[in-house]
Design a protein. Structure first.
Length: 571
């Protein structure tokens, strides 16, 4: 009781103190510094793609032109996550119109899908079929999404923005140490498909070394089909035929009319507020936006800045907010075209007030008592995020993926295109966990034409109606909590964007009932958290954010140091 009162007094003190300072940026104010530029900035997971985005901006293209060029280029230089054969979500801020919109280009379940398609004769989930077979492939959305963004908000032609990707595929690019490493690491899985082996390995007994040049002729041909006919070059004609035929010859169910009927959709962003800032993020079928707002609403009433960054008190409150949000995810989130997702309720301040009553500042909740479940854990380096800002204040926040690293690992013959395993993000059986340990139910059951639930969270934070932060991350189920921490680090803990990016991260997702921390989290803090009842596990680095901040008429950017090859460039 006395302690609760103490926290309340701290909170009042913190409210008086909140948001009066801007994060330190210059000179020796900080040990981490962002890149600073005036005209435009691009942050991506691969230096070659960042350079492409910058070239487009310098040639007079806007943020969307650059973002589309980056999207096609990453499909060449970052094959584990950049893609033509996957899907994703893009937020676009159109400065002139004052609008921020979302483009949903998530994959959809083929017409021949049905809810029991991944169950074996005993009614158990056949994990191979679900996650790594020709049945795991959702109808790809990336090309439709990128082309729609360009048609609606771009200023350049498809030929102009796709040319750098064609050049990179045709002439090749030097393989980085990281790419050489992952190709070696995943070779058992990738060599299963002769078409994949032909592209990514010099022979059936050797691997590429860093510095070798990777040329992808079939991928260049596919990109040329898109250059000639836009989205139709992918979804109709020779390329669509090659993809559908190859998938069907190998037992899959995607047909040419699945491809022909694919449509990306432009939708409203999901909106919330946090300590005077506006939060715009991705609506369902991503769970990211709804739950970012839900967690921020829960946390808004606690004096996190005063309690301190990554103190045991602050982490405890964050974990309890995460636990409650991920429990709701399992029950209520799915494709809104097929399921009535209660977005308004989950993202309301009123519901957050109800949820806070379940949080004790002293003791950890027990997930079993919040909602039952049983899961497995999985680690992968899938998905990639990039952010772009131009001189006119337009901004793009884009996250797209093949799901696992290299998706299914299967390349459609003669296309150079790696195919996603996004069907694995559905809930194959109510109450069962997907590969990320996320539990789902009827809301996310498999259904023809439906989009699987995602955690991808491209997000923009606005201050005084102008974009302030443009951010997002890969990391499967950890995407949402990673983005949450970037926002809290800036708003509550007054960090500049480099500090916010570099700071150690934590994660909890309700099930398993484990608080994951990066290894650099202070050992004393872990002991205090354990005393509150948290079960703690150290795990590998989480997320890889690419974040831009706009303030004082300047652009500040930082690529996450957690994964190699990323770069932020500006001018
Ligand atoms: N495939 C990971 C996600 O969409 O969340």
């Amino acid at each position: 009781m006395v302690k609760q009162l103490f926290i309340s007094i701290l909170f009042l003190f913190c409210l008086l103190d909140a948001n009066t300072q801007a994060p330190p940026i210059y000179g020796a104010e900080s040990i981490h510094h962002p890149l600073i530029a005036e005209q435009g900035m691009v942050a991506t997971q691969h230096d070659e793609a960042t350079k492409v985005g910058l070239e487009i901006l310098k040639a007079g293209g806007n943020a969307v032109d650059a973002a589309v060029a980056v999207g096609f280029s990453l499909a060449v230089v970052l094959p584990r996550a950049g893609n033509l054969g996957g899907g994703g979500f893009m937020l676009v801020h159109d400065a002139k119109g004052g609008n921020t919109r979302a483009i949903n280009y998530r994959e959809i379940a083929p017409k021949k899908s049905d809810k029991d398609m991944y169950l074996d004769a005993q009614g158990n989930v056949d994990n191979k079929k679900f996650n790594s077979s020709y049945h795991s492939i959702g109808v790809p959305g990336t090309v439709a999404g990128l082309c729609q963004a360009l048609d609606t908000y771009g200023s350049m032609s498809i030929q102009e923005v796709i040319a750098p990707a064609i050049r990179l595929a045709k002439e090749g690019f030097p393989i980085s140490h990281d790419l050489a490493h992952v190709l070696e690491k995943y070779q058992t899985r990738l060599r299963v498909c002769p078409e994949t082996e032909k592209i990514f390995y010099p022979s059936n007994t050797s691997t590429y070394k860093a510095g070798d040049i990777l040329i992808q002729e079939d991928l260049a041909w596919s990109l040329e089909q898109i250059a000639q006919r836009g989205s139709k070059g992918f979804y109709e004609g020779a390329l669509a035929k090659r993809m559908a035929e190859d998938i069907q010859e190998n037992g899959g169910i995607i047909q040419t009319n699945d491809l022909k009927d694919y449509k990306a959709e432009e939708v409203d962003v999901v909106k919330g507020t946090y300590r005077g800032y506006d939060i715009y993020s991705m609506p369902p079928p991503s769970s990211g936006g709804v739950h970012i707002i839900q967690m921020l609403n829960i946390l808004e009433e606690y004096p996190l800045g005063f309690l301190g960054h990554n103190s045991a008190e602050t982490i405890h409150l964050m974990v309890e907010a995460m636990r409650l949000a991920y429990a709701d995810r399992s029950e209520h989130l799915g494709d809104p075209n097929y399921w009535d997702v209660p977005v308004k309720w989950i993202s309301s301040k009123k519901y957050a007030t109800d949820l806070r009553k379940k949080i004790s500042t002293f003791n950890a909740n027990i997930s079993e008592e919040i909602k039952p479940g049983k899961v497995t854990d999985y680690e992968s380096e899938e998905t990639t995020h990039y952010s772009v800002v131009d001189k006119d204040g337009n901004a793009v926040s884009n996250t797209y993926t093949l799901n696992f690293s290299f998706g299914t690992g299967l390349v459609a013959k003669g296309t150079g295109i790696l195919l996603n395993n996004e069907m694995g993000d559905f809930s194959a059986k109510p109450g069962s966990a997907n590969a990320f340990g996320l539990i789902g139910g009827a809301a996310n059951a498999v259904e023809a034409g439906k989009r699987p639930l995602s955690s991808m969270t491209p997000t923009m934070v606005f201050k005084d109606n102008k974009p302030y932060l443009i951010t997002g991350s890969p990391g499967g189920s950890r995407i949402i909590t990673t983005v949450l921490q970037i926002i809290l680090n800036v708003i509550d803990h007054n960090m500049n964007i480099a500090e916010a990016t570099h700071a150690p991260r934590i994660h909890h997702q309700w099930y398993p009932d484990i608080l994951y921390t990066e290894k650099v989290l202070n050992a004393d803090t872990k002991r205090l958290l354990a005393a509150k009842g948290h079960t703690i596990k150290t795990r590998a680095a989480m997320g890889s954010t690419q974040t831009l901040m706009i303030r004082d008429g300047l652009i500040f950017g930082c690529s996450d140091p957690r994964r190699p090859d990323a770069s932020t460039l500006g001018f």
